[in-house]
Design a protein around this ligand. Structure first.
Ligand SMILES: Nc1nc2c(c(=O)[nH]1)N[C@H]1C(S)=C(S)[C@@H](COP(=O)(O)OP(=O)(O)OC[C@H]3O[C@@H](n4cnc5c(=O)[nH]c(N)nc54)[C@H](O)[C@@H]3O)O[C@H]1N2
Ligand SMILES: Nc1nc2c(c(=O)[nH]1)N[C@H]1C(S)=C(S)[C@@H](COP(=O)(O)OP(=O)(O)OC[C@H]3O[C@@H](n4cnc5c(=O)[nH]c(N)nc54)[C@H](O)[C@@H]3O)O[C@H]1N2
Ligand SMILES: [Mo]
Length: 768
């Protein structure tokens, strides 16, 4: 199963490896973002744009889902938000003649970086059967072609409708309505590869799959545990919140196999001290945990808290548990207590790679804190045991009543800027009966009840010929998903692939028998329909909904908004007798009216969204300690601990983001905080592991997986430079999407079906 990646991805000739940074942000970050912006946008346009980002009358940063808070800075953005904006608001354009000059045979060998650098897509394009190049097509013909392909299916379930998390609430709602009216729940989304494990674990334990804290809770916390997250790169604005908490006396614990710069020290570029001073030291405790060891860590910490509680009570003290909370609001405590009592310390040591004294330090902090928040991201969600790991984080919080009170709670830090909103809008392959009932009432139809395909299931279905039409509202499906060879073949076997996109990417050049590119407006652009400026809405990681308005002229006259594209698709495929779709396209208020009648928490949507602060959605556990679980209480759970065994001579590889990428969008070839410049094909390995494996720092290796069957072919990613680096023993790290070829399609998290992108077993094979 060898796959050569696009040719220019291999170029490591300029690669420079230096020492990692010991802090994040600061003046250099500002210089970097301005450089990128001026390069892509010119000075005037860049400055005008940056003054609107995350402002109350401006647009929501397309970077991440971290909330803005009520008081905004003049510059409410970060280095990486600026890069995300530059990527979208670039003045470079791809016009139809670009495709004439670059046939598919050329484009399919270009790197993702090169494709993205070509500029904004401006015209709808069709790649016809057996054609060598994309050619222009009118919007009407494009919609007619999709209608024809959908009509040719034996069943609507032979189509799949993917969403990436930048899609607005309005577009997402119209899109899921379209799919369900067509007759399918095949609505896979990027969340399936992202925070699905959080959603599943939180729904089971607290009754709602969303975080329970606000920005103020972060500021007010005594203790913030950050596990499996690299905010310095992926949520830089979070560092300002951590700094604020820190100045108010909070302690911060970082749990990570890598010592990420952003969690060590932070120079706030928005404060004078950040420009001249040494900044704020963020982490009080760094636990360099083995990949996949968090379940064991949380369980061990819970066990020790219980032991200390018992000891304290025996000595006449008040104990450490919040007994009242546990008695009144929790279920399953005794089972949990019995389960962790049997936990074996040797297994914990093996799973975590940590000394008992290190775990004791965490327990000291947990015991001393009256208000604890646990934050996490992909380091917890992309493992086999992700769902029980997150359940275990909840156990730890429940013990001391840390849910539903100020300064405390669960904080899954979302990725894409509206990924949480898309799910709220019904982008979900497993919709609840209540949601479908509400849709049925509002739109007077019988929505399909059978669950649809998630991302991994959709790939299997395409591979097996069960899905023939693949439609994507944003994203870069073939590059973001696991098992690249399998996925690319699956995509190629479709009769039609359609991508609503802002930028060219690999999913446009690995295509079905026919393929469409439908260019769309981005967040930064003015969206005018029927002579009136429209706005859209988004929901951040803390359930706050607010409006987003672009202010730049669209990248080209032919672009349609996502809402317009879905509405015209709806009319072309399903007809529009009552004018609903036409109404959606010309006035987004009509979409919001529908949302207000279908989705709880959106009552009076059109009025409340016009409040510049937006509004916060209800959240039972956070607001009133109401836990809408099957037991009606917050559930303690007993989770089996199994240590992930890695065969001799192998390492556990995590696939991560560099500082210069947004998922599959590569902004540049540096990873400044980790000391890497001008190259991406590197693998970070602990120096002691290198000695044991007999591989030198700087050596060139292939990363080779473990065959699915004994004697079978192994997955392989070629040509990586070994970088000796501080990471937990037995662990390695390399960037995705280059390493997605190594992630087996069938290797997914139990309960959420999320690909296990953070625990891939590999060996390093030196290149001759
Ligand atoms: N600039 C920028 N911003 C982004 C993105 C981007 O690509 N670029 N992507 C967006 C999206 S969609 C998302 S989901 C988020 C992703 O945000 P992150 O989750 O921060 O992204 P990753 O690079 O995957 O980093 C995972 C972190 O978890 C650690 N880790 C890995 N495995 C384990 C483990 O087993 N245990 C523990 N304790 N730690 C572990 C890694 O060392 C790393 O620090 O960021 C969003 N924001
Ligand atoms: N190995 C490995 N794989 C991973 C991960 C990992 O950590 N390791 N992380 C996973 C995660 S957390 C996620 S969220 C997924 C991401 O998966 P996706 O969301 O599918 O991928 P992106 O790279 O974010 O999508 C980028 C493309 O979106 C389009 N785009 C950008 N802005 C807009 C817009 O406003 N509208 C429209 N219509 N299109 C737009 C552009 O054409 C761009 O090329 O990847 C997953 N894959
Ligand atoms: Mo994500």
């Amino acid at each position: 199963m060898t796959r050569r990646p696009p040719a220019d991805d291999f170029d490591n000739s300029q690669l420079k490896v230096g020492p990692p940074a010991d802090h994040a942000a600061g003046p250099l970050a500002v210089a970097h973002s301005l450089g990128q912006l001026h390069d892509q946008m010119g000075v005037v346009r860049a400055t005008r744009t940056m003054l609107k980002i995350n402002q109350k009358k401006g647009f929501d940063c397309p970077g991440c889902a971290w909330p803005e808070g009520k008081e905004r800075h003049a510059a409410e953005f970060c280095e990486n938000g600026a890069k995300a904006v530059a990527e979208e608001a670039t003045e470079r354009r791809i016009t139809p003649d670009f495709f004439a000059r670059h046939p598919i045979s050329d484009l399919s060998w270009r790197s993702g970086y090169w494709l993205g650098q070509q500029g904004r897509l401006t015209s709808p394009m069709l790649l016809d059967r057996d054609a060598e190049s994309y050619r222009p097509i009118s919007w009407d013909d494009a919609f007619a072609l999709i209608a024809e392909e959908l009509a040719a299916l034996d069943s609507p379930d032979q189509a799949a409708f993917y969403t990436s998390g930048r899609t607005s609430n309005e577009a997402a709602f119209a899109y899921q309505l379209f799919a369900r009216k067509l007759g399918t729940n095949n609505l896979p989304d990027c969340s399936n590869m992202c925070h699905e494990s959080s959603g599943v674990a939180l729904t089971e334990t607290i009754g709602i799959g969303k975080g329970s804290v606000s920005l103020e809770d972060i500021h007010d916390a005594d203790l913030i545990v950050i596990a499996g997250q690299n905010p310095g790169t992926n949520h830089p604005r979070m560092l300002s919140a951590l700094e604020k908490a820190k100045h108010a006396g909070a302690k911060i614990v970082s749990v990570n196999p890598l010592p990420e710069a952003g969690l060590i020290r932070f120079l706030n570029p928005q404060k004078p001290s950040g420009v001249v001073g040494r900044g704020t030291t963020l982490s009080d405790l760094f636990l360099q945990i083995r990949l996949n060891g968090d379940l064991a860590l949380f369980q061990a910490a819970g066990k020790r808290l219980l032991e200390r509680d018992a000891a304290d009570r025996a000595a006449g003290g008040p104990g450490l548990l919040d007994e009242e909370f546990i008695a009144e609001h929790c279920h399953g405590f005794e089972e949990y207590r019995a389960h962790v009592a049997a936990l074996d310390d040797a297994t914990v040591a093996e799973a975590t790679g940590l000394e008992p004294a290190q775990i004791e330090e965490l327990v000291d902090l947990l015991a001393a804190s009256e208000r604890t928040v646990v934050c996490w991201a992909m380091g917890l969600t992309q493992h086999h045991n992700s769902v029980p790991t997150i359940r275990e984080a909840v156990n730890l919080l429940l013990l001391r009543g840390n849910i539903g009170r100020p300064g405390a709670g669960v904080c899954p830090v979302r990725g894409h800027s509206n990924v949480q909103g898309d799910r709220t809008m019904g982008i979900y392959e497993k919709p609840s009966a209540e949601f479908l009932d509400a849709m049925a009432r509002e739109f007077d139809f019988a929505p399909p009840r059978e669950h649809g395909y998630d991302t991994v299931e959709a790939i299997r279905a395409m591979r097996d010929g069960d899905v023939k039409v693949f439609f994507a509202l944003g994203g870069n499906f073939v590059a973001a998903t696991p098992d690249t060879e399998v996925t690319e073949a699956a995509m190629r076997s479709c009769s039609l692939t359609v991508h609503v996109s802002t930028k060219l990417n690999r999913s446009h050049v690995v295509h079905g028998q026919r393929a469409l590119i439908l260019p769309t407006l981005g967040r930064t652009e003015i969206d005018e329909q029927a002579g009136r400026e429209q706005f859209v809405s988004v929901e951040d990681s803390m359930s706050a909904v607010h409006a987003s308005r672009g202010h730049l002229a669209p990248a080209g006259p032919e672009l349609l908004s996502e809402v317009a594209i879905i509405s015209r698709l709806g009319a072309a495929v399903l007809g529009d007798e009552d004018g609903m779709w036409a109404g959606f396209a010309s006035d987004y208020d009509t979409v919001r009216d529908r949302i207000s009648r279908v989705i709880p928490g959106f009552e009076e949507f059109n009025t409340r969204i016009r409040d510049l602060d937006g509004f916060v959605l209800p959240h039972g556990p956070r607001d009133e300690r109401q836990f809408p679980t099957t037991t009606g209480k917050a559930n303690f759970t007993a989770n089996e601990l199994a240590v992930l065994q890695v065969p001799a001579g192998h390492l556990l590889l995590q696939t991560v983001r560099s500082h210069d990428q947004y998922n599959t969008t590569i902004y540049g070839l540096d990873d400044r905080y980790r000391g890497i410049r001008k190259g991406r094909r590197v693998v970070f390995v602990n120096p002691d592991d290198l000695i044991e494996l007999g591989v030198a720092d700087g050596a060139m290796v292939d990363l080779v997986g473990v065959p699915d069957q004994p004697g079978g072919a192994a997955r392989r990613a070629e040509s990586f430079r070994v970088v000796a680096y501080s990471t937990a023993r037995g662990c390695a790290a390399a960037y995705f999407p280059e390493t997605n070829v190594l992630v087996p399609l069938d290797s997914t998290a139990a309960g959420s079906n999320t690909p296990t992108s953070k625990s891939v077993v590999v060996r390093l094979e030196p290149r001759g």
